[in-house]
Design a protein around this ligand. Structure first.
Ligand SMILES: Cc1cc2nc3c(=O)[nH]c(=O)nc-3n(C[C@H](O)[C@H](O)[C@H](O)COP(=O)(O)OP(=O)(O)OC[C@H]3O[C@@H](n4cnc5c(N)ncnc54)[C@H](O)[C@@H]3O)c2cc1C
Length: 547
């Protein structure tokens, strides 16, 4: 390891320099370490979370946590697992309830049948430390907090980065084979690589306020809920989220496309308006931020890559931001590992951008759609009137809004149904893709899709078979039938295992006799027999040959 303050240290042994220790950088460093790849992660802060942003850990991210052994830690995090997760639409906490989508506490909801895991509520100040401990526990990962990337250059075979100790100001150079910018929306790595962002730079100027009020639930009759969306005569104007399920609440003034700053008095008045009475509370933090809809043109520039918010910035409506970023990290990690270990071909790293950029575009669009739906209510001057007409308007608004908003609450398809259509390393088998529907996920082992979950006779999930290397699944197949593909992989030093599966329902789900699953859990190829030229299958999957 290199010491901060050394004049100009060349560390030749850094295969990957990860810039940024938010959830995506931590997941990437952790996954690289889990694969035995050395990396250095630098983070300019000390890692403390001033104001938690994400709190929904999606079902796919939980499947990765399962692979990494982190499910017990997430389940043991302090968010109360019996805290009802309802979303309520209302005029104020003490006012009219217009509609409600009911959800039980996280611990009371069974996982969907399509996954061994359920989505979790684990806000960033609880989730980041879990990822941080995971990354730090890997022998090959070096974490350097209070260390900032100042600049970097690259040649055909090396990246040289200048980094600075945020406490002493001491600078040093660090040499790495690859640099990955997980450095957030204002990514210096992206800027240095000259990668443009496309989309809408400003959707809203929003102000988030965390306030403490242990007795908030006793002030109203709406009961426990996760998200409260406040609708006034002017339309939707604010939200309150149960950020720790106990005494802290995140209040958001949604705002519009005009920049607006609020005084403390205005913020306090707005919180009292949302609650509907005068009450005591303590403001813990105020963060004005800009809601954007942006996706990077490409995720790679030579030896540099971007992932997470550095590559896509979206409205939090839907809870896709971090979850999309962690998928980026998992897609990139095994490809970097393959190239560093010497079995990945020239095209493998290029496939990262080809596969992940369209998913960024897809999820950014869905998030903006959710925002539009949330703001879709026109003004209703009579909304609060205690008259039959006011009641009729409230009933209409509640009915229509409940129907509109349900799209945001049921998103299994968005989290599990993403697929790498047209990927140069997935071999199309001519079968038709199921619709990419954000709500309904259709499990399929079609190449490019997430290999589906099913429980094996011994109680494990099929997903538990995937991760370290490639996995060839054989349905009612003998090992000697699979041998040509396994031998081809060995010839190219590609790590591979074989699993014979006898369960007829899983064979029906996977639809072919042989299915080759990549280290990230996506299907690379499937067929009813191993072709004579098995080497080509392996060469395409490792990015060394074109289909
Ligand atoms: C209100 C809100 C709610 C949200 N809720 C959800 C949710 O429920 N689920 C979800 O999936 N997403 C959610 N998101 C989005 C989610 O928070 C982000 O997508 C996620 O934090 C992005 O992670 P990241 O690691 O890519 O970037 P960041 O979290 O921004 O981390 C980047 C890190 O890089 C560091 N850094 C930057 N520049 C440098 C440098 N030059 N040198 C060293 N370090 C540097 C920064 O200090 C920072 O720690 C929400 C966002 C908001 C605003």
């Amino acid at each position: 390891m290199i010491g901060v303050g050394a004049a100009k240290v060349q560390e030749k042994d850094v295969p990957v320099l990860v810039v940024g220790g938010g959830p995506v950088g931590l997941a990437l460093a952790g996954d690289l370490g889990w694969r035995g790849i050395s990396c250095v992660l630098i983070e300019q802060t000390d890692g403390s979370i001033y104001q938690p942003r994400m709190d929904l850990v999606g079902v796919r991210t939980m499947e990765f946590c399962r692979r990494w052994g982190l499910v017990p830690a997430v389940e043991a995090s302090p968010y109360p697992r019996d805290y009802a997760q309802d979303n309520i639409y209302l005029t104020s906490l003490t006012g009219y309830e217009l509609g409600r989508e009911r959800f039980p506490g996280i611990g009371q909801a069974p996982p969907p049948k399509e996954s061994p895991q359920r989505r979790e509520r684990c806000p960033q100040n609880m989730f980041d430390p879990i990822l941080r401990a995971f990354a730090a526990s890997q022998k090959t990962v070096t974490m350097r907090y209070r260390t900032r990337l100042i600049s970097f250059t690259q040649t055909a075979d090396l990246v040289t980065a200048t980094i600075e100790n945020a406490e002493t100001g001491a600078r040093e150079d660090i040499a790495a084979r690859y640099i990955v910018g997980c450095d957030g929306a204002r990514s210096l790595v992206r800027e240095t690589l000259g990668i443009a962002m496309r989309g809408t730079p400003v959707l809203t100027y929003t102000t988030n306020v965390i306030f403490r009020c242990p007795h908030l639930l006793s002030l109203h009759d709406k009961g426990k809920a996760y998200r409260h969306i406040f609708i006034g005569p002017e339309g939707t104007w604010s939200t309150i989220v149960a950020i720790n399920g106990r005494d802290q609440w995140r209040f958001s003034i949604i705002g519009g496309s005009d920049q607006r700053e609020y005084t403390t008095d205005e913020i306090e008045a707005a919180i009292r308006r949302a609650v509907g009475c005068n009450f005591e509370f303590e403001i813990l933090s105020v963060v004005p931020w800009v809601r954007r809809e942006l996706v990077a043109d490409r995720y790679r520039g030579g030896r540099g890559f971007i992932a997470g918010d550095a590559a896509h910035v979206m409205s939090p409506t839907g809870g896709f931001g971090m979850n999309t970023g962690i998928q980026d990290a998992v897609d990139l990690s095994w490809k970097l590992a393959a190239v560093i270990e010497g079995w990945g071909g020239d095209g493998l790293l290029d496939s990262y951008s080809v596969e992940r950029q369209p998913i960024g575009t897809r999820n950014v669009a869905e998030a903006s759609g959710n925002l539009r739906r949330m703001l879709s209510i026109p003004p209703h001057p009579d909304l609060l009137d205690d008259t039959p007409q006011g009641e009729a308007i409230r009933a209409k608004v509640g009915r229509e809004f409940s129907e509109t908003m349900s799209r945001e609450w049921f998103t299994l398809g968005a989290h599990l149904g993403y697929r790498y259509e047209g990927s140069p390393i997935c071999w199309p088998d001519g079968s038709e893709a199921p619709p990419d529907d954000q709500r309904n996920y259709v499990p399929t082992a079609r190449p490019g899709h997430r290999a589906p979950h099913a429980f094996l006779a011994d109680g494990r999930s099929t997903l538990d078979l995937f991760g370290r290397g490639f996995m060839l699944l054989g349905f009612n197949a003998r090992a000697n039938e699979a041998a040509p593909l396994l031998n081809a992989a060995q010839q190219r030093n590609v790590p591979i295992s074989f699993a014979a599966i006898a369960e007829p329902d899983i064979a029906a789900l996977y639809q072919r006799k042989f299915v080759l699953v990549r280290p990230d859990g996506h299907v690379a190829w499937r067929a009813d027999g191993i072709p004579e030229d098995a080497l080509r299958i392996i060469d395409v999957a490792r990015g060394a040959a074109k289909i």
